[in-house]
Design a protein around this ligand. Structure first.
Ligand code: NAP
Length: 256
């Protein structure tokens, strides 16, 4: 650990990161923020190849190495290929950000089985798949990091999102259990739980619902992807070396 005059640094020079679902939104902002802090970054996507290549171009402009890798995190085979692709590119893996996520909203009475299955498969099993594939590399790293992107919906619930709430709550249990498994090996595992962040995921919501949510946010505005990314960079850095098994909300005070 690099500690200068008692202060741990938020530099990630020489580290390698993989951010799942980083062609757009929070993942994109996180990949760029990690590169700005000094890390090489693997950018993952399923269909948005051009957007992923654009993120890689931004990473290279920042003087870091980047690579775009297509994989559906819900598939164990593809998650393994994704992690191997990142390690092949950078020769190591220090930071895994499980960010890929989807919604398929509907009240329980109307929710289809496939909507439950797919949301659980991407949001929860995706994190299991990628972390399982990445763990042996993270254990070899001097300070391995797993950072899972949850949601305040996993803490509070939300009508119309039993699948998403269950997946995000599951991610918290997953993270706490793993934090206990790997803490003595120097790997930390934390959850960042955003509130309402302006991305394509939230663009789809009806205007009336957005205004209702806005009225409940103490800071009086929606969040930006970069405001989640900053917390991820902090958790990835030496400054957060003594933080594990935690859920950090980034929600303008909405869930307090
Ligand atoms: P977004 O704008 O919809 O972007 C989703 C990203 O995930 C895209 O890069 C997408 O790739 C990728 N992706 C989707 N399914 C995937 C799969 N099966 N395998 C690999 N990548 C996949 O979403 P966002 O709003 O940035 O959300 C990012 C994370 O934050 C999610 O976990 C979400 O649940 C969480 N979150 C968001 C908010 C919010 O207000 N936006 C609030 C709380 C939590 P393609 O472009 O190729 O489809």
């Amino acid at each position: 650990m690099r500690i200068t005059k008692g202060l741990a640094k938020m530099f990630l020079d020489g580290k390698a990161a993989l951010v799942t679902g980083s062609s757009r939104g929070i993942g994109r902002a996180t990949a760029i923020a990690l590169a700005r802090a000094g890390a090489d970054v693997a950018v993952n996507y399923t269909s948005s190849q051009a957007a992923a290549e654009e993120v890689v171009a931004r990473i290279r402009e920042l003087g870091r190495c980047g690579v775009a890798l297509q994989a559906d995190v819900a598939s164990m085979d593809q998650a393994e290929g994704l992690v191997e692709g990142a390690v092949r590119e950078f020769g190591r893996l220090d930071i895994l950000v499980n960010n890929a996520g989807i919604t398929a909203d509907g009240l329980l009475l109307r929710m289809k089985e496939h909507e439950w299955d797919r949301v659980l498969a991407v949001n929860l099993k995706g994190a299991f798949n990628c972390t399982k594939a990445a763990l042996r590399y993270l254990l070899k790293a001097p300070a391995g990091r797993v950072i899972n992107i949850g949601s305040i919906i996993g803490l509070r619930g939300n009508p119309g999102q039993v699948n998403y709430a269950a997946a995000k709550a599951g991610l918290i249990g997953f993270s706490k259990a793993l934090a206990r498994e790997v803490g003595r090996r120097g790997v930390t595992v934390n959850v960042v739980a955003p509130g309402f962040i302006v991305t394509e995921m939230t663009d789809r919501l009806p205007e009336g619902l957005k205004q209702k949510m806005l009225a409940d946010i103490p800071l009086g505005r929606f969040g930006q992807p970069e405001e989640v990314a900053g917390v991820v960079v902090f958790l990835a850095s030496d400054a957060a070396a003594y933080i594990t098994g935690q859920v950090i909300t980034v929600d303008g005070g909405l869930a307090m």
